[in-house]
Ligand binder design. Sequence first.
Ligand SMILES: C[S@@+](CC[C@H](N)C(=O)[O-])C[C@H]1O[C@@H](n2cnc3c(N)ncnc32)[C@H](O)[C@@H]1O
Length: 221
Amino acid sequence: MEQQKTRSFYGRRQSRPLKDNQKNLLNTLYQNIKLDLENLPKSFPDEVFFEIGFGSGENIIHQAQKCPNALCIGCEPFINGVAALLNKIAEAATENIKIFADDARLLLNALPDQLISKAFILFPDPWPKKRHHKRRIVNLETLKLVHQKMRKDGILTIATDHLGYLEWILEITNTPDFKHYFEVLNTHEMPRPSTDEIPITRYEKKALENRPGAFLIFKAV
Ligand SMILES: C[S@@+](CC[C@H](N)C(=O)[O-])C[C@H]1O[C@@H](n2cnc3c(N)ncnc32)[C@H](O)[C@@H]1O
């Protein structure tokens, strides 16, 4: 799989070697549903959902099955995650998912403005060491970019189980600068959305062994 290296992505691109059936899906199904920056669709349906860092794909497959008329775009540079989602897509014969196997910000920059009606950033890497905080995907710059690509009234959901990251996100999302772009719809103490709205992802499941995640919901204004 060709990859566009970016200086802004610091996570792993691969862990375990891929199994034969995963390689096969990358050579077949993936070729039909991958998004390339040079070759983006000319038009989009009314509903476009966008996930940054889909991990093993639990949320995006759920959203795609729940809303068959929506185009669900998932971004994930970790190839083992891409392979896991391809398996799910093949099993469910889902036809409304496109995959971008790189830094979501590259794709966001290339997409038309005011396109996305739902955006998800679920359990992003917390980068707990202070010197790594600048690697965190949730920052004002990324959120402004997400907003630029979102429709008015579009919903952005961010979840984290990491207390330090939660404080970081709350600090950003409490600023007048952020509130110029998004309305805050809930507080982090409120119950998580139903599993019909957002299923429990692999990382939420891991988190639940220690501490519950906080789900923050915003509306683009
Ligand atoms: C901790 S995992 C969470 C995965 C999944 N959302 C879940 O809840 O199980 C964070 C994921 O974000 C991906 N990621 C990190 N930076 C990214 C970026 N710039 N664009 C897209 N995905 C990214 C990582 O590769 C990783 O798989």
